[in-house]
Ligand binder design. Structure first.
Ligand SMILES: [Fe+2]
Length: 291
């Protein structure tokens, strides 16, 4: 199976026509068209239902320059509304399946890239979703969790296929934040869902590539954050530069509510995490709130 390449020279023709498009002026790339076609259930025999991913030009066995040219014109991953069901302080975990979880198993994996296609390490990804019956847990943290991309910019989430609830097509919610950068709030969608054509929020550029896997499903999606394509201010393996003053330190487990000082300023932890260089409190408002 040969997946479509992101560097396919075919020019991306024309106009946005899918519901929920943020701008009809956007030039739709080949990848976007492919995703839209997959969503609509179109027959794509040469593609085998596969959607191009940013990583295709980065890791699939071809000789490429050190900074692969993965930009096919899509630009950064689109943002979407947070909706009413986000809760801060989700647990640090890549597996949202617990003893009582029912539903179709789902894994979602992928990479996070900057605009110049450099994989970004240490990117915070905070996922939340409905359960199999379409309900969000607002009392606890069922089907909520955050994680960080690894040194290769990769992430992997183990969960279930979210259930449907009135007014929406099937989707996952996620917030993504590279070190020291703004938070991207968005949603990921499933191909072939009937409601994709009626949900006004649906955005075909946010379709995952989903396939069956045993009794479950495997989804893939690559984020492109609108940040300069260099790993954040100090990736997780970079040595520290100036030792900070204060009580904050890299490599420690902090819980929500913990208080630290950093360069003479006090911060309160808002999400449990293990600290690392590049995630100093002033750089990561998703983790630390200045007091
Ligand atoms: Fe939702």
């Amino acid at each position: 199976m040969t997946p479509p390449r992101r560097d396919d020279p075919t020019p991306g023709p024309t106009p946005a026509a899918h519901p929920g498009a943020e701008s009809t002026e956007r030039t739709i790339s080949r990848k976007t068209l492919l995703r839209a076609a997959v969503a609509a259930g179109a027959a794509l025999p040469l593609l085998s239902g596969t959607v191009a991913l940013a990583r295709d030009s980065a890791v699939q066995g071809r000789s490429l320059p050190a900074t692969p040219a993965c930009d096919d014109g899509d630009g950064p991953t689109h943002d979407q509304i947070e909706g009413p069901y986000f809760k801060p302080n989700s647990p640090l975990r890549t597996n949202l399946v617990t003893a009582g979880t029912t539903g179709t198993p789902l894994t979602v994996s992928g990479y996070v890239f900057g605009r110049t296609c450099v994989p970004l390490a240490g990117v915070l990804l905070d996922f939340w979703q409905a359960d199999d019956a379409g309900n969000y847990d607002m009392a606890g943290y069922t089907l909520r969790g955050h994680q960080f991309t690894d040194a290769k910019g990769a992430f992997s989430l183990t969960t279930i296929v979210p259930g449907l609830y009135p007014g929406r097509t099937r989707h996952l919610h996620v917030k993504a934040q590279a070190p020291g950068q703004p938070v991207l709030t968005t949603q990921l969608y499933f191909p072939g869902e009937p409601r994709n054509t009626t949900d006004s929020l649906f955005d075909a550029t946010l379709l995952m590539n989903v396939r069956g896997a045993g009794g479950g499903k495997e989804g893939t999606f690559d984020f492109v954050l609108n940040v300069v394509g260099t790993p954040g201010p100090g990736g997780p393996t970079d040595p520290p530069t100036d030792p900070p003053s204060g009580t904050w330190a890299a490599g420690r487990s902090y819980a929500a509510g913990d208080r630290v000082t950093y360069s003479g300023v006090a911060y309160r932890c808002v999400q449990a995490h293990t600290s690392m260089t590049g995630w100093e409190p002033p750089n990561v408002p998703a983790l630390w709130r200045r007091e």
